[in-house]
Structure formats: C-alpha cells, structure tokens
Design a protein around this ligand. Structure first.
Ligand SMILES: *Cc1c(COP(=O)(O)O)cnc(C)c1O
Length: 414
C-alpha cells in the first residue's frame, strides 16, 4: 500500500533534491533530432527555435534521409516488433547482417547485439569472468560499467583516471589472478579526453592482461576512418572487448553491442542475461543501423566535417576568452567552475537560442561545473557562428571572458 506516510517520505526526498539544485528537469523537443530544433522549456511555455549543442548526434545521422528511408523499408519488409528475445525467435537475417557489419567496421572477430550499451555492459562481465579473475577499471568509467562490474563475481579494483603508473602497480599486484581485465571508456564523456590505449595495450602485453573499452563516445568518428579510439591509437585487433552504442553517432536510436574475441562473444550469447532475457532490437532500428554502417564505411565525409567543426569551435571559444578542457574530441566542456553559474549561463544561452546543458557535482567533481558542448556534422558554419555569438554575449554578461580559473572562482565561488 502506498500510505500517506510513504508518499510524504518520497515527496520530502524530491523536495530535498530541488532544494539542493540537483533536480533534473527535462526540456521537451518538438521536432526531429537535428542541429536546429524546436523546444519547450519549461514544459508548456512557448516553443522556441534553438541550435542544439548537446546531442550525441555526432555524425548528424539521427534524422538523415537515407537512414530514415532505410528504417521505413525495414519496417515494411521485416515488421514492427519481434515479440521475442534473440534465442527463441527474435533473430532475423538483418540482425545477423548488422552484427557482421559491426564486426567488419570495428575490426574485431565477432559481435553480439544488445538492447542497449547499458545492457551490454551489464551483461558482459558476469558472462565472461569468474571468482579467479580481477577487473581493474579507470575510476571515471561510465555508470553502466560500474553497474556491470557489480553484477560480476570477479574481484574489483580501480586505478586513478588515466594514471598509467597506478594501473601498472595494480597489474603487478594481481599477477596471481586467472584473468586481469583492464576496463576503460575509450573516450570519456564529461571531459572529452581519450584513454591512453597505446600505453594500456603495452601494459596489457607486459602483464598478460585483457583490455576492455567502451567506445560509445568514439565509434563512428574517432580515428582516421571513424572506427574508434583503437584506430586512433593504432591498436586495432589488440583490444579484446569493445562495447559501444547505436544510440549516439550511429543513428542515435537504440541498441548496443559487445564486439571482440569470438569466444567472448559466444559466451555472451550463452550467458549474458540482458541478451537472454530482454527483447531483441526492433527491425526498424536494425535496418536504420545497417544503413548507417554502409554510409560511414563508404565515405569519411561526415567524420571529417565533424573534425573541422570541432577544430573551429575549440579555436574560436578559446580566442573569445573561454576556458575549455583541451583535447580533440567533439565533446568540448566550457569551464565555469561554479554550479549556479553553470545553470544561469545555460538558461541565458537558451534565451539566446542555444541549447546546451550545465553540469555540476555530482555529475562532475566539485568546483568543476561547466557547460558541456558537443559538435555534430549536422552543424553548419552559421550554426557555430550564432552559437559563438550567444556564448560571447552571455560570457560578457557574467564577466568570465579572458579570466583565469582563480579569477572566476574569486567572483562566483566554487
Ligand atoms: C551512452 C553510454 C552508454 C549507454 O549507451 P546506451 O546504448 O544508451 O545504453 C554506455 N557507455 C558509455 C560510455 C556511454 O557514453
């Protein structure tokens, strides 16, 4: 029974979140995902045309006509839903085709689809590792990896973010285990930095460890032909397990996968619980994703454009006097340090027609509040120019341009 006392307890918890300023409010988009969108914020207010600077739509394929067309055709020839998990009657020819294409694109041995990358991460460790093994993870890995590790029976350990000496000491410490698995995001979503895969692979060889990467923020656009962080670091074929999502650059609908060593993938087919007990990816999504892989295998045009957009945006924000996290990914955090400032700044940007979100503790460390901007191949120069104008206007209002971190903190606090 949902008694009045229980209801009140939940109401109080929610009110506390609001008081602490950590209550998440959704903005409602009344358009397909693209560089230009119409949004309502707050809900029920007048719709406004804004430039989207916070989607994971890196390649601009979320509403691409070829992808939408392929999804329509898939709907026509393979239906809407499968009403089954994969191993009963939920595997169509197109699921196998997509798995084959992902394997080819990622340069691995085999691939298994999951309902999402969250599910891939939730299933893979438990399916593959046992009590004699150890998982050694970067401390900033994605929440879905943290959850997946919790479900596995293997021992857990961590190393400081991208600290290779610390990782090495952990590898030495765990020489008595059957399997040592190094676990990291390929590209980290909050800072936009890359894992040091060249060093990680070297250490893995030296200490006989396996390497796992989650390339959700890299697949399709990092590396010369967009295959991911393993291509960027020249270690294709040396990563044992790659998980990634179809929910970001690869059309952005839904679905994820585990790709890598043949036997690992087969273990997942036999034992990974989100694969065995959750519905198959819908044919319409599979058909769209097949078209995405065909498109990005044929030409690097879109990832090249994304790279140009990223360079332009990083250079011009820096020139304008903002402090950004250095790097080369299309995740460009504009540092403001103070939580309230990040929220006020985002609200003002929205008024200026730019949609970006302010992040603060606990999503990022205390004192590191920021606006995270993300580039897309859907952005044209005029979008970026207009977004820059808005950033500069709001930046002037809060007097944060050409200021040091210390000066901004002196004005607003941490
Ligand atoms: C987005 C993301 C996921 C989740 O992907 P879904 O397919 O949406 O579940 C997992 N890992 C990382 C690193 C991500 O950025």
């Amino acid at each position: 029974m949902f008694s009045p006392e229980i209801r009140q307890a939940f109401q109080q918890q929610l009110a506390e979140m609001q008081a602490q300023g950590i209550f998440k409010e959704e903005r409602v988009i009344c358009a397909p995902q693209d560089a230009d969108i119409e949004a309502e914020f707050p809900i029920g207010s007048e719709r406004r045309k804004v430039i989207n600077m916070c989607a994971n739509n890196y390649l601009g394929l979320s509403s691409h006509p070829e992808v939408v067309g392929a999804a329509h055709r898939g709907l026509d020839v393979r239906g809407y839903g499968m009403s089954s998990v994969r191993f009963i009657c939920g595997t169509q020819d197109i699921h196998k085709e997509l798995e084959r294409k992902l394997t080819e694109f990622l340069g691995t041995e085999d691939t298994i689809l999951f309902p999402s990358c969250m599910d891939a991460n939730a299933g893979v460790f438990e399916a593959v590792l046992n009590e004699q093994d150890v998982m050694i993870a970067d401390r900033l890995v994605h929440a879905s990896i943290v959850d997946g590790m919790r479900l596995a029976k293997a021992q857990q350990d961590t190393y400081k973010h991208s600290d290779m000496a610390h990782l090495e000491s952990k590898l030495k410490l765990h020489q008595d285990k059957r399997i040592r698995m190094i676990i990291t995001d390929g590209a980290f979503s909050m800072d936009g930095d890359l894992a040091r895969l060249d060093v990680i692979v070297e250490l893995a060889e030296k200490y006989n460890a396996m390497v796992f990467i989650d390339d959700s923020h890299a697949t399709g656009f990092i590396g010369k032909t967009g295959r991911g962080t393993h291509e960027h670091f020249g270690v294709v074929g040396k990563i044992d397990i790659i998980t990634t999502t179809l929910g970001k650059a690869l059309g952005g609908a839904s679905g994820g996968c585990v790709s890598g060593r043949r036997e690992i993938v087969e273990m997942c087919r036999q034992r990974a619980r989100p694969y065995l007990f959750s519905n198959t990816v819908a044919p319409v999504v599979v058909s769209g994703a097949v078209a995405v892989l065909d498109l990005i295998s044929k030409t690097t045009e879109r990832r090249d454009k994304l790279e140009r957009n990223t360079r332009w945006w990083r250079e011009h924000l820096t020139e304008a006097g903002f402090i950004i996290k250095p790097g080369e990914t299309p995740i460009v955090p504009v540092m403001l340090f103070n939580a309230k400032l990040s929220q006020d700044f985002a609200r003002d940007l929205y008024e200026e027609g730019v949609y970006a979100v302010g992040f603060f503790f606990p999503v990022v460390p205390k004192g590191q509040a920021r606006i995270r901007t993300q580039l897309s191949a859907a952005h044209e120069l005029h979008h970026l120019e207009k977004a820059l104008d808005a950033f500069v206007k709001v930046g002037k209002k809060y007097d944060v341009l050409h200021k040091t971190k210390q000066e901004i903190i002196a004005m607003y606090g941490e």
